[in-house]
Design a protein around this ligand. Structure first.
Ligand code: DAH
Length: 341
């Protein structure tokens, strides 16, 4: 094979190797195999020494052209690799900021559940534990142990759904106070959120099914001061501002003394407006010091132990927070209402 043929076959081989390269660094390595210092073309040109001057000229020119051809082919290949790299990555990385996202139907927590979780966080941060109780209760837990005697007129305060076996749907979470007293050793602090039921005519402010959080603290030397401090801490954290409170006397058989706790109107800050019916105050939660009979019924000596209790209505709290005027929305299953929270 003469030199010219050898050079031609080197060009061919170089082109086929270069065109099968998949990355730029492969191109450079392949280039060195052919036209680098120790490359094939360079080796072949060493044989030029034995040629005549005339032949040297022709072959020299031919070799130079071969080198140029390989180099320009290499640049073409470099462009090919770059283009395919960008087009591939564009295909996979395309980001269209204006493309509408697929709408996904995500649920959300009911506003009553949301406020329940908030209240649980506030109380657990103050060292309370969370208790639970059944929705179907005994008369004993819902009434008798809470100092409602059989013929106590206060039983009429709460119209009750009875079950055929003589139990009832709990009318208040206070039933869980009884379970706490029977099952826990004082001192203790608990809250008990739950659903409660009353045989009520339903209207914008009355439901037959609603939610309460019961609270109870029993210990030595527990007083009204502890009650007020705990309520003010709770309410300031719920409403995210300092909330002024006042106590008025209120009657519940299981507390003595019993109170209605009012908060200064959040809307007018006490000046009087339509929300507080121009009184400057909003009735918020009933509470009191645990009645000695209730402590005794739970098996605790009322001379040693005292405590406070309160019952917070969650529906009303959510209504106040969002300015909702009809309690019936909560159980309506109305998605347009629920999706706002
Ligand atoms: N259980 C009462 C009700 O539902 C509310 C209540 C009043 C709870 C006074 C208490 C309390 O713990 O001390 O009407």
């Amino acid at each position: 094979m003469n030199l010219q043929n050898e050079i031609e076959s080197i060009i061919k081989e170089a082109k086929s190797s270069l065109s099968s390269c998949q990355a730029e660094d492969q191109l450079d390595a392949t280039k060195n195999l052919f036209i680098g210092k120790k490359g094939k073309l360079t080796q072949v040109l060493k044989g030029i020494a034995s040629l005549t001057v005339e032949e040297k000229k022709t072959i020299g020119k031919f070799a130079n052209e071969a080198q140029a051809e390989i180099e320009s082919f290499l640049e073409e290949q470099r462009t090919r690799l770059k283009e395919s790299y960008y087009s591939e990555s564009l295909k996979s990385e395309v980001f269209d900021a204006l493309r509408p996202i697929a709408s996904s139907e995500r649920g959300s927590l009911h506003p009553i559940t949301q406020i329940q979780y908030e209240i649980e966080d506030i109380f657990t941060s103050m060292g309370f534990s969370i208790m639970d109780g059944p929705e179907v209760e005994t008369d004993e837990n819902n009434f008798a142990a809470l100092n409602f005697t059989d013929d106590h007129p206060a039983r009429d305060m709460q119209d009750t759904f009875y079950t055929v076996d003589g139990n009832l749907l709990r009318t208040h979470t206070s039933a869980i106070q009884v379970r706490a007293l029977k099952n826990l050793k004082p001192p203790f602090r608990i809250i008990a959120p739950g659903r409660v039921f009353r045989y009520e005519e339903v209207d914008a402010s009355h439901e037959n099914t609603f939610y309460q959080v019961e609270g109870m603290v029993v210990g030595e030397g527990i007083s009204i001061a502890h009650l007020i401090y705990t309520m003010e801490t709770l309410l300031s954290r719920i409403f995210r501002k300092t909330v002024k409170t006042r106590l008025r006397p209120g009657y519940f058989p299981f507390v003595e003394p019993g109170f209605e706790l009012d908060i200064q109107c959040l809307v007018c800050e006490g000046k009087g407006c339509s929300v507080c019916k121009h009184s400057g105050w909003l009735e918020l939660l009933p509470c009191g010091l645990v009645h000695p009979n209730v402590l005794s019924a739970g098996g605790h000596d009322p001379k040693r132990w005292t405590g406070f209790a309160f019952g917070l209505g969650l529906d009303r709290l959510v209504m106040m927070r969002y300015g909702i005027h009809d309690i019936r929305y909560f159980q309506s299953g109305n998605l347009r209402f629920l999706k706002q929270f």
